[in-house]
Ligand binder design. Structure first.
Ligand code: HEC
Length: 156
């Protein structure tokens, strides 16, 4: 398996590359619709499978990883808290690359009410190894494909 940083670099190259290719030339490379159960899981185009409330293995893992590493600040089920924003709102505009950038580097905002700190997870293998799973889970929640709570797993 390629390292996560390689995958992120490839994702960034892909996003930058796509922006420079004229629309006509991109014909035939239309990405699958989100949650296309026949398409491969891929954090950029098809980050999760949900069928009748049941999820693929990665999305289930993302649920578990989110609730062990992110929930304490970002609230249960991605719904936010007084400390940190609701990621089910954030992912309406953050794509995988932008999401990964914040999780790797962290972020700090200085406001009138004090500091709000998103720690860097760059050295946390429990997050780095499973970034695409966490994203897939949160994206499924954001898209309204998945309800709150512990999901059931698809048979495969
Ligand atoms: C110690 C508390 C804390 C933990 C733990 C934490 N975050 Fe954050 N996170 C924050 C805060 C606070 C912000 C808002 C930072 C700012 O004001 O720019 C934030 C912002 C973010 C953003 C940007 C949101 C936006 O709307 O731009 C993402 C994405 C994010 N966090 C993902 C995660 C993920 C994924 C995890 C778990 C691996 C996680 N965070 C764990 C506190 C935390």
């Amino acid at each position: 398996m390629r390292s996560l940083l390689c995958r992120i670099a490839a994702a960034i190259a892909l996003v930058n590359g796509a922006a420079m290719i004229p629309a006509e030339a991109q014909e035939g490379t239309v990405p699958p619709a989100p949650n296309d159960l026949t398409a491969e899981i891929d954090p950029l185009d098809n980050p999760y499978h949900v069928d009748d409330g049941k999820v693929d293995r990665g999305t289930y893992n993302g649920y578990r990883r989110y609730h062990s590493s992110c929930h304490v600040c970002h609230g249960p089920d991605g719904l936010g808290s007084s400390f940190a924003p609701a990621l089910v709102e954030s992912l309406k505009s953050l794509d995988y690359v932008a999401f990964a950038e914040v999780v790797v580097n962290g972020r700090q905002a200085q406001g009138a009410t004090g500091n709000s700190v998103m720690p860097s997870f760059a050295f946390d293998p429990n997050v780095m190894e499973y970034m695409n799973d966490i994203y897939g889970y949160l994206k499924a929640r954001t898209d309204g494909a998945l309800d709150r709570g512990r999901p059931q797993r698809l048979p495969k």
